[in-house]
Design a protein around this ligand. Structure first.
Ligand code: SAM
Ligand code: SF4
Length: 426
């Protein structure tokens, strides 16, 4: 591309050639108008910070249900509904078609039927649903028959259940009150709603051995759900696990143990027809892919409602205040409860696309080139070569893909690519 007067560096300066625009008009296309004016899809996240216990491993900021919690939860839900109305109006979110709605926590299934109805009404009043995927996270012991029926009535089409382990002695050590019996009953109830059912398992819980893990994997497969997720156990400073490790009263399975457990799970899943759709989720035949996180990892817009909820909207990451009391006070005072955010530069958006996009196992080089104008390898070829040599990644003209080994090491490839891209910026 060039202006009408060809530049000629080194020659005498010229005053000819007024730069009107870049790129020049001859590159502008009518079909872009349709794409530009199409409404941008939006994902919604709604946070419930309450749980019936605080699990020993958990890093989420949650409040446990004690005596007299009803009034507090009612007040929180009222604030959540008010935030939905206020933000939707102030930021014109009702102009964006809603593709996914995710009730996360904490444990959203601790909410009463009345409170779920209130949130639901606020959503329906303020948004334009476009046949959304509607997910609710559930803990087995909280998924009663009445609750499952209510979720079905609301149109919830995805239930993600925290199982962690099917071995009672492992679960008991986490502080949860669930048992294998609870889990089985809740899974049956969830499946009966007709929703897609996902089970969360954790691979590095206290006391886990090859035998207990094999038992969990077998029971998970027997449950015949649509989707199985295996999380590596992360130890954060706000968890009881962290404190107990510090006090030398707890030793967890090692990284190598967890890799072995995960490898075992992947093999068993594959033998039963469950294929990886990201590096920690395996679904029947590779279908039933969860759209909410997938969209976010591909750069889709998400608005997060509720205490500590976060999202990505109009090129900014945004997060609400993380204290329940402060959150409620801000909303009741008529304020948007946002606490912090970050405006991504074009380069950071690119790095985000790659590092989070790699979670989906395959990163489309052509799509990237179309979006950013150059090949992804331009900034990270030596790193990619090393990952390929290490057997973690495969590269074709079309895509960068994780190998089985790459899947086992989770976000490692994403971290390496992020580091390479950041280093190339300095
Ligand atoms: C919000 S919880 C799911 C719903 C419900 N609260 C429950 O626990 O059954 C989301 C999931 O995060 C995972 N998780 C929590 N703490 C974790 C940690 N420290 N490391 C890895 N995964 C963790 C668990 O598998 C849990 O099911
Ligand atoms: S794992 Fe689930 S139930 Fe346990 S504390 Fe965390 S969010 Fe609550």
């Amino acid at each position: 591309m060039s202006s009408s007067a060809e530049p000629n560096p080194g020659a005498d300066p010229s005053r000819r050639g007024f730069l009107t625009n870049y790129p020049p008009f001859r590159y502008w296309r009518p079909e872009v108008i349709d794409r530009f004016s199409a409404p941008r899809p939006l994902n919604l996240y709604l946070h419930t910070p309450y749980c019936i216990q605080r699990c020993e491993y958990c890093f989420y900021k949650v409040t446990t249900l004690g005596e007299n919690r009803k009034a507090e939860i009612d007040r929180y839900v009222a604030a959540l509904c008010r935030e939905i109305g206020h933000v939707a109006q102030q930021y014109h979110l009702n102009e964006q078609p809603i593709k996914t709605i995710y009730f996360g926590g904490g444990t959203p299934t601790v909410l009463s039927k009345d409170n779920m109805n209130r949130i639901w009404e606020a959503l329906q009043k303020n948004f334009h649903f476009d046949n959304p995927e509607i997910t609710v996270e559930a803990e087995p012991v909280t998924l009663t028959e009445g609750k499952a029926a209510h979720l079905a009535e609301l149109g919830v089409n995805r239930i993600s259940m925290g199982i962690q382990s099917f071995k009672d002695e492992i679960v008991a050590k986490t502080g949860r009150v669930d048992t294998e019996q609870h889990a089985r009953k809740a899974i049956a109830l969830a499946k009966a709603t007709g929703a897609v059912v996902n089970l969360d398992l954790m691979s590095g819980l206290a006391g886990e051995t090859d035998d207990t893990w094999a038992y969990t994997v077998d029971r998970a497969l027997e449950s015949d759900v649509h989707s199985l997720t295996v999380y590596k156990t992360e130890v954060y400073t706000n968890s009881a696990y962290f404190t107990n490790i510090r006090k030398n009263t707890l030793v967890l399975p090692t990284d190598q143990d967890e890799v072995r457990f995960t490898a075992h799970a992947i093999q068993c899943f594959e033998n039963s027809g469950y294929l990886p759709v990201n590096f920690f989720t395996f679904t029947k035949g590779g279908g039933f892919m969860q759209q909410h996180s997938t969209s976010s990892w591909r750069g889709g817009e998400t608005y997060g409602f509720g205490v500590s909820a976060f999202g990505l909207w109009r090129g900014h990451t945004l997060q609400n205040t993380a204290e329940v009391g402060r959150y409620v006070e801000m909303v009741e005072a008529g304020k948007v409860p946002l606490a912090r955010g970050y405006r991504l530069t074009a380069r950071e958006q690119m790095t985000r696309d790659i590092s989070l996009g790699m979670k989906l196992l395959r990163f489309d080089r052509k799509e990237f080139k179309k979006r950013y104008g150059f090949d992804v390898l331009l900034f990270c070829k030596p790193t990619v070569d090393a990952l390929v040599a290490g057997g973690l990644m495969e590269v074709t003209d079309e895509a960068l893909s994780l190998t089985r080994q790459g899947i086992l090491w989770g976000d490692y490839v994403g971290h390496c690519l992020t580091d390479a891209l950041e280093a190339s910026d300095s």
